[in-house]
Write a protein that binds this ligand. Structure first.
Ligand SMILES: [Fe+2]
Length: 207
């Protein structure tokens, strides 16, 4: 006689491959590097100064990029993917709206990384990769149940029930969506080239 098993409280991370990402990334990269150029001490007086959050050495833009026209097509892609997620989760999308609350770019040059963090006051968060040179570092997510590390028996192989963290090797055109409470970080960029991504938070709004 064998028992049955239910896997309650799973933690989903969604991966989307964006179609025709080459042209989109080219346009977005230009906009991001232009924004970085504008991020000067004089401009900071006009509230365009980048932010410091989880980024170590890297550059973090202002967090309102979604309000710029050039980011509209990416916003549309994000919305479509979020609807797919919400539909899977059985959200009643007649009863609330989802909007992009913040959106920012990160340029990690060599040796830059992002320490482990989560995204407070948000529903879903995501990242879209624009430039991912070899050895630019993965994005990792930690098991949100730290108590599982109280006793760790030896395993022949880790699987989704025993892994303490999961790392995604990013590629250009990859978008990840995940619950905002899920702790994550970015490994050190060991490439000579920049690693560039766009990050965003989604919030709930009443209809
Ligand atoms: Fe993050």
């Amino acid at each position: 006689m064998s028992g049955s098993r239910n896997d309650w409280f799973p933690t989903p991370i969604w991966l989307f491959k964006v179609d025709n990402y080459e042209q989109l990334n080219q346009e977005l990269l230009k906009a991001i590097y232009d924004e970085k150029k504008r991020d000067t001490p004089e401009e900071s007086l006009r509230d365009r100064k980048g932010k410091q959050w989880s980024n170590i050495l890297g550059w973090h833009s202002i967090d309102t990029l979604h309000q710029l026209t050039i980011f509209q097509s990416l916003s549309d892609i994000i919305y479509n993917n979020v609807i797919e997620v919400g539909t899977f989760l059985n959200w009643d999308l007649d009863k609330f709206k989802i909007n992009i609350s913040t959106c920012w770019a990160i340029i990690n040059q060599k040796y830059a990384y992002n320490s482990i963090h989560n995204h407070p006051n948000s529903l879903l968060s995501g990242v879209y990769f624009l430039k991912t040179p070899l050895s630019c570092g993965g994005i990792y997510f930690s098991d949100p149940r730290p108590a599982t590390q109280m006793i760790v028996p030896p395993v022949k192989d880790f699987n989704m029930w025993t892994l303490p963290k999961i790392t995604y090797k990013p590629y250009e055109g990859m978008m990840l969506l995940f619950p905002s409470w899920l702790s994550h970080g970015v490994e050190t960029n060991l490439s000579e080239e920049d690693r560039v991504c766009i990050n965003f938070n989604l919030a709930m709004k009443p209809v």
